[in-house]
Design a protein around this ligand. Structure first.
Ligand code: CAA
Length: 384
């Protein structure tokens, strides 16, 4: 397994999470997928075990874990259940704008209940007509006295309708392009905030994905994150730091699929011997394992760059997310192939893993956008 430089305490924490994932998360995964219901028991488990606390600083009630430990935790949970891995990834995503640019008052108010897992967080950037082109959003925020009035809607929001803390991006100056976007903390019970359609998805079935509607939604002026016009940069800086978490989710899903394929190949007897004795199967397993290891190294590497306080890690974050999610699709597809007819049936988890893997190529920026980010950085470096 890839080298990861965690302290002995963090290694112990990850070992404990691995055990929790195998013993308590794995047995729930099929049921969560089948019912498509939000797994409140998994949310409670993450809260009780202080897993939600990991991405939050100690002074705000968190564990102050390294980014490397957070990605490893997401990986371990996702190995058993991608929906449960996403619980941690999205708590970090929704809170990151506050962590990066929030005022002391905002941090004191919002971070401790998020770290305790009492409240859930969501990240409201995407709109029906503004996905990859995040700056094309139409939701507006107009200042009126001591409040901002928000009008518009957000689409495909993970934890939408469940999150008490929604970091929402809106235009405060529609003529100013990306510099006219601002970030706000919108609580679920603010007047004028409503939840629209709840999506029926291909995978990560237990995760709630919803539309957020702002109809003259009143947000106190003190809930502006940073200054007016900072929003787009805050969103980009957030995604730089959370895309490795999606890479980790993808690595976890792929590892789960490899574990399954290995165990099946050793047991399945055809032509008088286990299919694992066939080179055709062995070569597939070898390729799957190698791809996972390469993806894991990319994810751990960028997490450690962030932990070291390096400034220019955007490109590496995109590489990790893109590569890990692409190989997760390949590995889960190959796992189904190794399981043959059984792999295609819902009786085995292989097909769920493939459905779960697909979203990792799409959310937190499609892999086409990741390639764009990587290429832009390469060209900028070349011309510097
Ligand atoms: N860090 C800091 N600043 C950044 C930045 C970064 N990584 N990337 C861009 N910026 C700044 C630029 O420097 C520029 O600043 P100036 O105005 O000072 O020059 C400004 O932001 C605008 O940048 P661009 O001109 O590059 O903006 P763009 O319109 O071309 O868009 C993009 C860039 C990379 C394509 C961006 O729109 C993008 O990332 N799109 C994908 C959106 C996305 O990932 N959505 C995911 C939604 S969340 C989700 O999916 C969660 C979930 O469900 C779990």
């Amino acid at each position: 397994m890839a080298v990861s430089h965690l302290s002995p305490e963090e290694e112990e924490l990850i070992a404990a999470i691995r055990e929790i994932a195998s013993e308590r998360v794995a047995p729930r995964a099929a049921e969560i997928d089948r019912t498509g219901e939000f797994p409140w028991d998994m949310k409670e488990l993450l809260a009780q075990q202080d897993i939600y606390a990991m991405p939050f600083p100690v002074e705000y009630g968190g564990l102050g874990s390294t980014k490397l430990a957070v990605v490893r935790a997401i990986e371990e949970l996702s190995r058993c259940c991608a929906t449960t891995g996403l619980l941690l990834a999205v708590q970090q995503l929704g809170a990151m704008p506050i962590l990066l640019a929030g005022s002391e008052e905002q941090k004191r108010k919002y971070l401790p209940p998020l770290a305790r897992g009492e409240w859930l967080a969501a990240f409201g950037l995407t709109e029906a007509d503004s996905g990859s082109d995040a700056a094309a959003m139409r939701t507006v925020a107009v200042r009126k006295g001591d409040r901002y009035i928000l009008n518009g809607s957000k689409r495909f929001i993970t934890n939408g309708g469940l999150a008490q803390v929604n970091t929402v991006f809106a235009l405060t100056d529609p003529q100013a392009g990306t510099r006219g976007i601002s970030a706000f903390i919108v609580e679920r019970d603010f007047p004028g905030f409503a939840v629209g359609r709840i999506e029926d998805k291909m995978g990560i079935k237990g995760s709630q994905t919803a539309e957020l509607i702002f109809n003259d939604c009143e947000v106190p002026a003190e809930n502006l994150i940073g200054r007016e016009g900072d929003g787009f940069r805050i969103a980009m800086r957030t995604l730089d730091r959370t895309r490795p978490g999606i890479g980790a989710q993808a690595v976890g899903i792929a590892q789960g699929a490899l574990d399954l394929a290995l165990s099946y190949a050793r047991q399945r007897v055809q032509f008088g011997r286990p299919i694992a004795e066939n080179q055709g199967i062995q070569f597939m397993l070898a390729d799957m394992a190698t791809k996972i290891e390469a993806a894991r190294l990319l994810v751990y590497n960028v997490a450690e760059m962030i932990d070291r306080g390096e400034e220019r890690f955007t490109m590496y974050s995109s590489m990790a997310k893109m590569f890990a999610s692409d190989i997760a699709m390949e590995v889960t597809s190959d796992a189904i192939q190794i399981l043959g007819g059984y792999g295609y049936m819902k009786e085995y988890p292989a097909e769920r893993m493939l459905r779960d893997a697909k979203i990792t190529q799409i959310y937190e920026g499609t892999n086409q956008i990741q390639r764009l980010v990587i290429a832009r950085e390469l060209l900028a470096r070349a011309s510097a």
